[in-house]
Design a protein around this ligand. Structure first.
Ligand code: HAM
Length: 409
């Protein structure tokens, strides 16, 4: 007997069945609307990048997660793990012609060979919004406002999520005050970013490996208890401006936010659900040196990446699994083959009037037709029988209220 072959999507890669697409569209629609509402211009690029560009920040977790291969001409190629290096490359390439500040946005599919956990896949779509060429803290406020706006548009409220905000600059100042010199800060950030993911003892060991003395390690952990941002003028200004913009209730200061990527230089933030059930919803910050590290002119930048995986899980849990399936359009069916032409004509006429029409392709019993229409996306349904066609009228049924209205054919 022949062996039965069965294929599945590769581990960590997703298929999108129509019910999954309903969710994806709901999330993407909110991304696009929020980006547009805040004046971000869409851009895009190919998912394939040169490995060298993506691996420039080697040694980090994301660097180790890159899917890469050699093409037939021995070019070292990679699937992008994030959009930021590509954005920096695109901006550097046209730095002389572009009008700064730029406000750019994209929804980019990204690939990371990650350990599969809740909320982490090996492929995800990531909404990116970035402002390039602006030093003002208002740039941070604008990207944060747009991201919170997207969450609200998806149907969540400010009680469902909080953006945890900190500043690498502020943390650097606190470390320096404790006698830890700036050249050790990168190492300290890397270790502190692991807090919550590994035991403090291991983090202490990492810090010691990075050249910190016993006392410096102690001081570092003490800094992690900082609850006030009063000594940071930029954080104070950020919270003040968020208050004016009306979304300060979505933010909170959290010194423990470091971010895993090394290119951040100032404000950093990460958004979580308030119940603490899920992984980070989005993350980002200021990265003022990235362009120079890939050969561009010095340019300040701030932005964020907002994945589709975690937020979809959160939406399903808060709004219900079926919430994305929006009822719309009209189902048209017919009882006998003799009514087929009339049904087709009615469908064409309704489509011309702007309705979305799902025409049944074969004659059906009414019970079967209405039960199918009910479980499909149809908000309304018309079923043509011999009498209807003879009289030139039909009944348009509202699937929710079961009310019927007469329409002429
Ligand atoms: P990131 O924190 O690595 O930052 O990713 C941003 C977001 O992408 C995460 O908060 C999460 O929603 C989503 N994400 C990342 N990895 C996965 C995964 N394996 N599965 C599902 N979702 C994932 C960046 O990528 C920065 N480039 C963001 C940025 C843009 N910073 C400035 N501009």
């Amino acid at each position: 007997m022949a062996e039965k072959i069965s294929f599945e999507a590769p581990r960590g890669m997703r298929d999108f069945y129509p019910e999954d697409m309903a969710w994806r569209n709901r999330v993407f629609d909110a991304f696009r609307a929020a980006g547009e509402a805040s004046g971000f211009e869409p851009y895009d690029s190919c998912v394939v990048e040169s490995y060298d560009l993506l691996a420039r920040k080697a040694g980090e977790e994301v660097g180790e997660q890159i899917y890469h291969f050699f093409d037939k001409s021995e070019r070292h190629i990679a699937l992008r793990a994030e959009m930021t290096p590509t954005l920096a490359r695109m901006v550097a390439q046209r730095q002389k012609e572009l009008q700064f500040p730029l406000k750019w946005t994209t929804i980019a599919q990204c690939f990371r060979y990650e350990r599969m956990t809740k909320g982490r896949k090996r492929e995800h779509y990531q909404w990116n919004i970035d402002i390039i060429g602006e030093d003002s803290i208002l740039a941070e406020v604008e990207v944060l406002q747009a991201a919170c706006d997207a969450l609200i548009r998806m149907g969540l409220s400010s009680g469902d999520f909080k953006v945890h905000v900190s500043s690498r600059k502020f943390l650097g100042e606190l470390l320096q005050k404790s006698g830890i010199p700036p050249e050790k800060h990168a190492q300290v950030f890397l270790a502190l970013d692991k807090r919550g993911k590994m035991p403090d003892a291991e983090i202490a060991a990492m810090l010691k490996d990075g050249g910190l003395s016993e006392d410096e390690v102690k001081a570092t952990f003490a800094i992690m208890d900082t609850k006030s941002y009063e000594d940071s003028p930029e954080l104070k200004e950020l919270f003040r401006l968020a208050e004016i913009a009306g979304f300060a209730d979505c933010l909170e200061f959290d010194i423990s936010v470091i971010r895993g990527l090394s290119y951040y230089t100032g404000i950093v933030f990460e958004c979580f659900d308030t119940a603490g059930e899920f992984r980070a919803i989005f993350g980002g910050g200021r990265y003022d040196n990235l362009l120079t590290t890939i050969g561009g002119e010095p340019t300040s930048a701030v932005g964020l990446g907002f994945g589709d995986v975690v937020v979809t899980e959160l939406l399903k849990s808060r709004l219900g699994e079926k919430a994305a399936k929006e009822k719309k359009g009209v189902a048209v069916g017919f009882m006998f083959p003799e009514q087929r032409d009339a049904a087709l004509k009615l469908a064409a006429s309704l489509r011309k009037q702007g309705y979305s029409v799902n025409l049944q392709l074969k004659n059906q019993k009414p019970k079967k037709f209405f039960s199918h229409a009910d479980s499909s996306m149809a908000a309304k349904a018309v079923f043509l029988g011999p009498d209807d066609v003879e009289k030139g009228v039909a009944r348009l049924k509202d699937m929710q209220t079961r009310e019927e209205t007469e329409i002429t054919l």
